[in-house]
Each structure stands twice: as structure tokens, then as C-alpha cells.
Design a protein around this ligand. Sequence first.
Ligand SMILES: CC(C)(COP(=O)(O)OP(=O)(O)OC[C@H]1O[C@@H](n2cnc3c(N)ncnc32)[C@H](O)[C@@H]1OP(=O)(O)O)[C@@H](O)C(=O)NCCC(=O)NCCS
Length: 181
Amino acid sequence: MTPRFVDFPDLSPEQRAEAVRVLREAFADRPGTFEDEADAEVESFLEDEDRAAFAAVEGGRVVGWIGRVATYDHAWELHPLAVDPAFQRRGIGAALTRELEARAKAAGVLTLYLGTDDEYGGTNLFGAALYPDVAGKIAGVRATARGHPFAFYRRLGYEIVGLIPDANGPGKPDILMAKRL
Ligand SMILES: CC(C)(COP(=O)(O)OP(=O)(O)OC[C@H]1O[C@@H](n2cnc3c(N)ncnc32)[C@H](O)[C@@H]1OP(=O)(O)O)[C@@H](O)C(=O)NCCC(=O)NCCS
């Protein structure tokens, strides 16, 4: 089934609750991420004028959603992206990302960027010494056997543009990625 895209303001109250559940469950293996804040996160995309989000809906059910934050005149942050674990690896994350890219481009945005943390050992950056020459480490970034979403974004044409060492604690960096639209 191909998902329909539904803007957050058009979701029913039940679907909004599903969006909260999807966010919590998609990040459940990363303790601390959206655990207690999933409700507030979904709410922020309905209230903050710099934020907008839409969901992928299949058979009336929210199976994933994506948000953006208008941080610059010509660059938006992609944040967050979550696909229901039961519906992953079926093209939904890619479809949401491509739709956001099309909407951003239509709004005159030139760059979409994101941060994808490695706080659990999904890449060879975890626990590694990144200073000095942080930028020099970018070329050697690899996913470990645990896997990491940076590889998903790379398939979609995003490249690593920076690393924030220790962003989530010692040895737990954030990986910054961007794509020209
Ligand atoms: C990352 C995530 C959004 C991907 O969504 P998805 O619907 O499972 O991905 P898709 O099925 O659209 O995958 C598109 C392509 O990326 C690949 N891919 C998906 N997840 C991947 C991963 N973790 N590592 C490597 N490749 C991956 C798929 O195999 C597919 O490749 P193909 O086009 O060659 O077939 C989803 O796994 C998720 O919600 N994860 C938990 C939350 C999260 O990490 N969000 C991003 C944080 S920044």
C-alpha cells in the first residue's frame, strides 16, 4: 500500500496519538531520546511557526512522520524522522524524505540538513578520539554491525558536513549531514 501524506494539523486526535507512539517506539533503542518528550515534540510541530510536519498514513494509521525546522532563509533542518518499527525497510522513510525535499525546494530552500547522533555505537566514531582534525575523520565514517541511520541518509544523497564531538557525552558524537536540493 502506498502511504498518503497528511499534514499534522489535519490529523485526527487518534492519529496525533499514533504520531507520539511512533516517535517513542522508533527511538526506543536509544535511551533518553524522546522517551518522556514525545508528546511535547509532536505538539511543537502544531504550535511553533518555524516547524511543520506531515505523516505517512496507511489504512488510516500513522506509520511514520517527518518534520522540518525553518532555521535559515535558505536551509531547513530535517527533524525528526521516525518510521513505526513494524513498517521499516518498506520505503516509507525514503518516501517521507523525498516529499519533504520537494516541499522544501518549492519553498525556495537550497539545503536540507540534519544531525544524526551516534550515542550507541552505530558507527566507528563511537568512543573514538575525534580531536585534533575533526573534519579529517569524516571520510572514514563507517556503520558498525549495529547499523546507523547515517547510512540511510547517505543512500538518499546526503553527505557528512560536520561532526560534533561528545555531543551526547564522552565519545558520543552527532553527525551533521546535508544535501543540496
Ligand atoms: C532510519 C529510518 C527513518 C529509515 O526508514 P525506513 O522506512 O526503514 O527506510 P526505507 O525503507 O525508506 O529505506 C530506504 C533505503 O535506505 C536503506 N536503509 C534504511 N535504514 C537503513 C539503515 N539503518 N542503515 C543502512 N541503510 C538503511 C534501505 O535498505 C533502503 O535501501 P534501498 O533503497 O537500497 O532499498 C527508520 O529506520 C527509523 O525510523 N529509525 C528509527 C528512528 C531514526 O533513526 N530516525 C532517524 C534519526 S536521525
